[in-house]
Design a protein around this ligand. Structure first.
Ligand code: ZN
Length: 174
């Protein structure tokens, strides 16, 4: 196991509400739900992202605050994707990589509120991200490849329940 880089994890993870565990104890009512962590809106078992509506619902006191399934998955380490990033220039490139990863997570989350980065670790020029959806892992790999070239391999498991994505700054030996 690679050690968790808490600073990086803190940069990437949505802010944690200290009361969220308590709030999860409330029985769910029908009506609107809003995620404490990421702000996704739940209505009749569907989750979607609309910051303006979330603001309005919160302001009007019309929604119950909960932890959405995507953030619950991230908290419990339920992951469907892994991105392995290999770069000998990692210390130099870290900020640019993280900016791109965060932007990609935000875009994927807007389309699907289940998409989150669950954890990030780093050692010896290898950064490992774990994601709650396989699509997020694939998209991060594709965006890294588009932005920085290098070499990308995407290996879905049988039945596509998990995907392992590797991106390396240099072509990998075959
Ligand atoms: Zn959430």
């Amino acid at each position: 196991m690679l050690p968790i880089d808490n600073k990086l994890a803190a940069e990437l993870k949505p802010r944690i509400d200290p009361h969220k565990r308590f709030r999860r104890m409330f029985p769910l009512r029908s009506g609107y739900l809003i995620c404490n962590d990421c702000g996704a809106i739940g209505f009749e078992k569907h989750w979607y992202v609309d910051p303006v509506e979330a603001y309005r619902l919160t302001y009007q006191g019309k929604a119950q605050m909960v932890l959405c399934p995507g953030c619950t998955g991230a908290e419990h380490g339920t992951v469907q994707g892994e991105v392995i990033i290999e770069s000998s220039n990692l210390p130099k490139d870290r900020q640019a990589l993280i900016a791109l990863i965060k932007q990609t997570e935000g875009e994927c989350w807007s389309a699907n509120s289940f998409a989150h980065i669950a954890s990030i670790t780093e050692r010896d020029g290898i950064m490992v991200l774990r994601t709650t959806t396989s699509a997020l892992a694939t998209t991060i790999g594709t965006e890294l490849h588009k932005a920085f070239n290098g070499n990308l391999t995407i290996s879905p498991s049988a039945h596509h329940k998990f995907v392992r994505v590797r991106w390396s700054e240099n072509p990998m030996p075959t």
